[in-house]
Design a protein. Structure first.
Length: 131
């Protein structure tokens, strides 16, 4: 398992639901509108009830649904955010933004290694995080 995924799993284990929802919202706010639509489609497709189904593709709605789905079924977002070819670029980007959230630092026991960002600041797509 790579370092970024381990840190995201640590967030899921350590952060209370309300903090995790805010971390998810911060991450969704940084996604492009197209990426948010992809996330919305995936979350709607896998919703198990009205409390896990986002009403729209706003970051707040996506965060609420994503948090509930992830807490109900750990690892759900990793599976849901893959494209039809099994590529996980949306999940990688989402995790990069989630573990980079200022609030996330309070729940990580191991600080984020700056080398994960590729040493050049990265390009924000998560590709430099060792995925």
């Amino acid at each position: 398992m790579n370092a970024a995924r381990q840190q995201y799993d640590e967030l899921l284990s350590n952060a209370p639901p309300e903090a995790l929802e805010q971390i998810h919202q911060d991450a969704f706010e940084k996604l492009s509108p197209q990426e948010r639509e992809e996330a919305f489609d995936a979350l709607v497709e896998h919703a198990t009830g009205p409390d896990t189904k986002p009403a729209d593709s706003s970051p707040a709605e996506l965060a609420k649904a994503a948090t509930r789905q992830e807490l109900d079924e750990p690892g759900a977002l990793d599976r849901y955010f893959r494209d039809r070819e099994g590529q996980d670029s949306l999940f990688r980007t989402f995790v990069a933004y989630a573990i980079g959230s200022e609030l996330a630092f309070a729940y990580l026991t191991v600080p984020i290694d700056p080398d994960l960002w590729g040493g050049d600041g990265g390009d924000g797509d998560g590709a430099d995080l060792g995925f």
